[in-house]
Design a protein around this ligand. Sequence first.
Ligand SMILES: [Zn+2]
Length: 332
Amino acid sequence: MVVFLAALYGGLTMLQEKNVFPAPVAEQVQVLLDTTGDAARKAGAGLRSVWRNSKAALNEQLRKFGRSLSGSGQEKQNIPVDGELLVDYIDVGQGDCTLIRQGDSAMLFDCGPDDKGTYLQNYLKKLGITRLDYVIGSHPDEDHIGSMDVILEKFDCDTIFMSDYVKNTKTYNHVTEALKYRNYSAMTPKTGSEWSLGDAQFTVLGPVQAHEDANDNSIAIRLTYGSTSFLFTGDAEEAEENDLLSWGNDLKSDVYQAGHHGSSDASSASFLRKVQPSFTVISCGIDNDYGHPHKKTLQRLLAAESQILRTDLSGTIRFRSDGTNLSYEAEW
Ligand SMILES: [Zn+2]
């Protein structure tokens, strides 16, 4: 680890002395960031402290170029909206849980794994949330609906969306019991249907057709606020991505949550060509058993010139949109 850090700093100092950070800066930096993550992952412990230190060093470099790792604005056409849209990619370890807020409205896209129920309950309560306009379980895997039972029991939930893919697991049964206990019913939204969240709107893009694999039956949505946009595809892999492509809906999104936690079976090159994400958020756990995010995915994202953010390295990542400009802040 010490050797790695010394090598990293040595390399950065050399770059600084020679002033050889060529344009586009972001792309170069991203390569360094990914190398840092992978090298640190191999080194095992202390991943986040390595990340923090290297981030500080890189920020120093970037200041020369008038850029910063934290916070990045994008000029867009001006469509007025009331207030802000906040999108929290909550660090739930290996799993997905995203809180989306606009005005008085709030929605959860996925609910994280089984052991994060109390954490999520406190997270929402601290923000003063008692009611959720939408709760979406993209598909019935434990890392997406594990804590959905707690959410349904502890919060007033208006509309509950679940994939119609049924799984006979303990986790799934817990959700079914929670629905019964609250006298709620979950529905599978029609593909192509449009919904409002405050002044934000979202369209259900998938699943377009049934597939054998649970992942490819993930509910996928594209959310827009003013001229800014966010894409969520759950754990959709290439089969569902191809469905979304052939269905012909607008996929172009400023922020894309990498499908299937950055697995190589998702985020295909042709899919990314249509999405053209300025930012990609990968939600995965430190040192997870699946090796997410896979190197191939990172390479495809870099080729697509998308700035990569990872919850395993940065903790919870919050995006803000005023309808025109986007910025983000990260926990670490
Ligand atoms: Zn998953």
